[in-house]
Design a protein around this ligand. Structure first.
Ligand code: AMP
Ligand code: ZN
Length: 492
């Protein structure tokens, strides 16, 4: 455990609306729960932003030496359209549309989700529980909430009684809003409604005969409401009070507010110490979402096959683009921003190759310890990745100056600089060198050497036509050749 560094970490807590010193309940253990995807369709880049943001947080906590139990659920049941207690089940709707079993839909999009996140080099969570795999736990929790008097059953459906809960608890604690204001934002009840209060939400929903996914319960056949799954699974794997609960900001007002109410009503404890919310990825200022139709799929982004895209961008360009903004700021998608990120990412990767060529001196003319402290200070300030990147570019400046012999580094400081750059770029920011990934393939390496040798023979024979043709064709394919003292180098 890197106690020194870990002691200085502050995290913005949505609950207190300020940055707080991070003090886990049972150090060095950290319990972290992040609301996962609803797997009835492909995830878009906005979803990816949230999961990549939590990957950064996870990586940094691990780097500090914490043992993190990272739980990220898969929502594979109980997601209705409308105001989430009504309308058609999204899984059933998609199953009909694609003529598949609901569980085939779940499997298909769960695999897709994993593939996409692997491309972005995110670390898998420690536990990835599914809602359908925890129906019993959800039923047990609902039973306890009923026993505690904070829920009521109407005709096979169980509702959480927000008004009753609000008598002894602050229902709007997470958003700092009063009950009256929250009421104003919801529709008035009419004769059709079973629930008693406008803010009441379903814990268990009675199934219709045609409902595809349904389970037996003390209230008859039905399926769980959306919010109860996260309360049941976080309690099961992390306990009644745990350290960090996260998700996108869009989940704060309803999903997470209801999670707090459910857990309080059932376990009589504040469930979460630090609530962490990531901000939205937007397109021309509007939130990227499944329903708005402005959601790029990651594969569209990689191929450039989308009307809003001028061309394709690699996963690491996209990951770097995301790290360039703080997780609590909105991030607006644009081709210009991605092209700038591509340049920045390449510059960072090139500097790592350059780092290997620096010849050490007897003395050091720059302060490497200060650079290291600045990198930690940035990440300790609520995981400020854009500031970290600014410091890493100071590292790039030092590398280039040392190559030009304008700055000098001793053997020890050169090693320290390598460690700082590698640790923060790869381990913490989670980037990988895509050129090396490709170049790592022996076949590509062999073919490139063959091409370089043919070009060299052409040049030896003063056959400039062939030599230029090879260089141009490679350029067209995105490969650049560079003549150096050590020979010809190539990069993607
Ligand atoms: P969903 O699959 O819709 O339940 O969303 C999965 C996660 O993605 C949730 O944590 C959402 O808050 C998050 N999310 C949805 N849209 C965006 C967006 N445009 N930008 C960032 N995160 C998002
Ligand atoms: Zn959740």
């Amino acid at each position: 455990m890197n106690t020194d560094k870990a002691n200085n970490l502050v995290i913005y807590n949505t609950l207190s609306r300020r940055k707080e010193a991070f003090e886990p309940l049972h150090p060095p253990l950290v319990g972290m729960y992040v609301c996962g995807p609803t797997v009835y369709s492909d995830i878009h880049l906005g979803n990816c932003r949230t999961f990549i943001s939590f990957d950064l947080i996870y990586r940094y906590l691990l780097h500090l030496g914490y043992k993190v139990r990272y739980v990220r659920n898969i929502t594979d049941a109980g997601h209705l359209e409308g105001d989430r207690d009504e309308g058609e089940d999204k899984f059933a709707k998609k199953a009909k549309l694609e003529q598949l079993e609901p569980m085939e839909i779940v499997q298909k999009y769960t695999i897709g989700f994993h593939e996409v996140l692997a491309l972005f080099n995110t670390l898998p969570p420690s536990i990835e529980p599914t809602a359908t795999g925890h129906i019993l736990e959800q039923i047990e929790m609902i039973k306890k909430i009923l026993e505690a008097g904070y829920a009521y059953e109407v005709n096979g459906t169980v509702y959480f009684d927000v008004e009753k809960y609000s008598r002894g608890n602050d229902y709007g604690t997470l958003t700092n809003r009063k009950l009256e204001d929250l009421m104003e934002g919801t529709r008035e009840l009419d004769g059709q409604d079973e629930k008693r209060g406008r803010l009441d939400f379903a814990l268990w929903i009675k199934a219709k005969p045609e409902t595809l996914m349904q389970w037996p319960s003390p209230w008859g056949w039905g399926f769980p409401g959306w919010h109860i799954e996260c309360s049941a699974m976080s309690t099961k794997y992390l306990g009644t009070t745990f350290d960090i609960h996260g998700g996108g900001m869009d989940l704060q007002a309803t999903h997470h507010t209801n999670e707090i109410a459910q857990s309080q009503a059932c376990n009589h404890t504040e469930p979460v110490k630090y609530w962490v919310h990531t901000n939205m990825l937007t397109v021309n200022g509007a939130r990227m979402s499944k329903t708005a139709g402005n959601g790029f799929l990651p594969k569209e982004l990689f191929t450039g096959n989308h009307p809003l895209l001028e061309r394709g961008y690699t996963p690491m360009t996209v990951r770097f683009f995301m790290a360039q903004s703080h997780y609590r700021s909105t991030l607006d998608f644009s081709n210009e921003a991605l092209q700038a990120a591509e340049k920045g990412y390449k510059k960072l990767m090139e500097s790592l190759s350059a780092l290997e060529k620096i010849v050490p001196s007897d003395a050091t003319s720059v302060n490497i310890d200060e650079l290291e402290q600045s990198c930690y200070a940035a990440m300790n300030d609520d995981f400020n990745s854009p500031t970290l990147i600014a410091h890493l570019f100071e590292g790039v400046r030092i590398i280039n100056s040392a190559l030009d012999k304008k700055e000098t580094l001793t053997v020890a400081d050169l090693e320290k600089l390598k460690k700082i750059m590698h640790t923060f770029i790869f381990e913490v920011l989670g980037l990988v060198d895509e050129t090396k990934q490709m170049a790592g393939s022996e076949v590509i390496e062999g073919l490139m050497q063959l091409i370089i040798d043919i070009r060299q023979s052409a040049r030896d024979n003063k056959d400039w036509g062939t030599s230029d043709k090879i260089r141009d064709a490679l350029k067209e394919a995105g490969v650049t050749l560079k003549d150096t003292k050590e020979g010809v180098e190539w990069r993607l």
